[in-house]
Design a protein around this ligand. Structure first.
Ligand SMILES: Cc1cn([C@H]2C[C@H](O)[C@@H](COP(=O)(O)OP(=O)(O)OP(=O)(O)O)O2)c(=O)[nH]c1=O
Length: 200
């Protein structure tokens, strides 16, 4: 097996898929953290703090397990409506309420990236604006029943059936899905991993 280039501190199947899509060779590290927002924490502060926390936790696991020292990448995705953080739904009622809130209007999706290396940590933020069509109660109920919302910030996945609901997107499709690919390449390039350079 060819040498890996970094560790991905994430349990998200979407992040694994997206990172593989751009040709990065990596292994996943499991480093769960407490994702509870602090009191009065802004959405931007929250999402940046979580990327940092996840990358740092991954770095500690790498050290504890005696793994070969390599950069650790992590990310966090949060849906933001009127400055309010919409995380993953806790149950079907919660998912229904979030989709009712998102229906017929625009919201922001913040995805942060954190890269921990031997020299420290760098974080960056990708912001996208997503517009939902007006959803009927029956459409919301059918989507919630499908189970798709349950492990996703804001209770939807742009890459699944909810793609039908999105009338406009400004920003990064991969960012909304959990890992902004262009920004990831930019961040990795600053730390000697030139994905774009390899194509030129
Ligand atoms: C808005 C949106 C979110 N999501 C997903 C991406 C993330 O996996 C999830 C947000 O939760 P996160 O806490 O960002 O990530 P995670 O808990 O799934 O994985 P980890 O912390 O281990 O990296 O929502 C989609 O898949 N599609 C979407 O359109």
């Amino acid at each position: 097996m060819p040498n890996i280039q970094l560790y991905l501190a994430s349990g998200s199947p979407r992040r694994k898929e997206l990172l593989a899509q751009i040709g990065v060779l990596f292994e996943r590290i499991s480093a769960p953290i407490d994702e509870t927002p602090l009191i009065n924490e802004s959405a931007k502060d929250y999402v940046l703090r979580l990327a940092e926390l996840k990358a740092e936790a991954g770095w500690q696991v790498m050290l504890e397990q005696g793994l070969a020292p390599l950069p650790v990448l992590a990310a966090d995705t949060t849906v933001v409506l009127d400055g309010q953080i919409l995380g993953k739904p806790i149950d079907v009622m919660d998912a229904t309420a979030m989709l009712e809130q998102l229906s017929g209007r625009s919201h922001e999706v913040f995805t942060s990236l954190g890269l921990r290396t031997a020299t420290g940590i760098e974080v960056l933020l990708s912001v996208s604006t997503v517009t939902f069509m007006a959803l009927s109660p029956a459409q919301i109920a059918a989507y919630v029943t499908s189970g798709e919302p349950m492990d996703k910030a804001g209770s939807y996945g742009i890459q699944g059936t909810a793609g039908l609901f999105i009338s406009n997107l400004q920003g990064s499709y991969s960012g909304v899905m959990g890992l902004p690919l262009h920004d990831t390449a930019t961040l990795l390039a600053r730390h000697g991993l030139g994905l774009l350079a390899a194509l030129s």
